[in-house]
Design a protein around this ligand. Structure first.
Ligand SMILES: [Mn+2]
Length: 413
């Protein structure tokens, strides 16, 4: 049985306000080709199919077109999809009745019986060998919200321990169904301990509400492969080859400029996991940083002037990050950059301005007690922020403008 693991598609995501439909289309077209050429039996998608809980019609269309083409090109293909924290669990699985007669399984909601026990039957999906007998079982566990996982008494880590409990209960449940020689794999959309994050994962961590991580021991060692989603950087976890994040297929930030996105292909023969292979995803839209290092404005404008002139359609054009070194605020900067880029074959995504190292504040604002904070005037706060950002005192004209705004705000209150 040959499987392909991917996650974190984030269909509908904007890259610095640019629509990415074309890029997602390129990825899904490519994926249909790989499912065919690699003769994949099972496709695993570990959450965050969509970027928003209420995806646009265009996003939904892209997703269903993919399901249709993938199963047409590869008629024996089974697909298992779970919801991530970005997806609406209920909405993602709403076409379930329609898909029941197919080999497509979408699991969003963790259902419970009246006595509060999780319905593990729904989370256990039989995977068939060449559409024949059951070769393995898949624990299709979506992103778990507070109401989904059990309360572990006296736990100092209610989330991590609750999630671990779900995985161990699901494994015990599947053992009752599993025949000798059948393997078990699991899906998960969570933050695993020791996962290496990059700045692109910061928003994900915020969504998870803190730093609570699930230990790799949550996954029973007899589980043949754990297909994880949520962290956008591909990696194995806890030194275990078969506990992995596939990473997102599209870059989510400029920090991934040299990073190659991928899907994971592997085989499961009975209970034995083997032949793991990383398949790189072709880059549809390049990321560009000009200049390569933060530079002074005249140098920046010269470098931008050297960029090639537009040709072809805009959805193919590279995303550009402009890197500027400045001494203080440069109010006309964006306009000058936009002017220099007129007609150029790039899409301006981000202007990254670096200032001299911030001066040390008399006291760290984080150390302020709340009663001290309430004693500060708006102008005090403004002056501190200015000093932290631009390493100097706010100029007189800025203070005057700030006071005008503050006065206006006072009046409207
Ligand atoms: Mn996520």
């Amino acid at each position: 049985m040959k499987l392909l693991h991917t996650a974190d598609w984030h269909i509908g995501q904007l890259f610095h306000e640019y629509d990415r439909t074309w890029e997602h289309q390129q990825f899904l077209d490519w994926l249909v080709g790989v499912l065919h050429s690699e003769a994949i039996d099972v496709l695993l998608v570990s959450g965050d199919v969509f970027d928003l809980s209420n995806p646009s019609a265009a996003s939904i269309h892209l997703f269903y077109s993919f399901l249709n083409r993938a199963t047409t090109v590869n008629p024996g293909l089974q697909i298992v999809i779970t919801a991530g924290n970005h997806d609406s669990a209920a909405r993602l699985e709403s076409p379930k009745p329609l898909l029941e007669s197919t080999n497509i399984h979408i699991v969003g909601v963790v259902e419970k019986s009246e006595d509060g026990n999780i319905d593990y039957e729904k989370l256990c999906i039989p995977l068939k060998d060449n559409n024949g007998p059951v070769g393995a079982w898949c624990l299709a566990i979506p992103f778990l919200r507070m109401a989904d996982y059990p309360v572990v008494p006296d736990s100092g880590h209610p989330y991590a321990d609750g999630v671990a409990r779900v995985y161990s209960e699901a494994y015990l449940f599947v053992l009752q169904k599993k025949q000798p020689g059948q393997g078990v794999i699991a899906l998960g959309h969570l933050h695993a301990q020791q996962a290496e994050t990059s700045d692109l994962d910061k928003p994900e961590r915020a969504i998870m509400g803190g730093v609570e991580c699930v230990g790799v021991s949550a996954f029973h060692e007899d589980i043949g492969y754990v297909a994880l989603g949520h962290i956008h950087k591909a990696q194995r976890i806890g030194g275990r080859e078969h506990v992995r994040y596939s990473g997102s297929p599209l870059p989510m930030s400029f920090s991934e400029i040299h990073y190659r996105h991928q899907v994971v292909v592997f085989e499961l023969n009975g209970e034995t996991f083997s032949n793991l292979k990383i398949v790189e995803i072709p880059v549809a839209v390049e990321l560009l940083r000009v200049p390569a290092t933060h530079s002074r404005i005249p140098e920046v404008l010269r470098a931008l002037a050297g960029l090639p002139v537009m040709g072809g359609s805009s959805e193919h054009l590279p995303y550009l990050e402009v890197r500027v070194q400045a001494d203080g605020p440069e109010p006309g900067l964006r306009y000058r950059i936009e002017l220099a880029l007129a007609g150029k074959a790039v899409r301006l995504a981000k202007i990254d301005v670096r200032y001299p190292d911030a001066a040390v504040l008399p006291e760290d604002p984080d150390d302020l007690r709340s009663d001290e904070l309430t004693e500060l005037s708006p102008l005090d706060v403004f002056s501190r922020v200015w000093q932290a950002k631009y390493a100097g005192l706010a100029p007189e004209d800025m203070i005057k403008l700030f006071n005008e705004i503050a006065a206006e705000a006072d009046e409207t209150e």
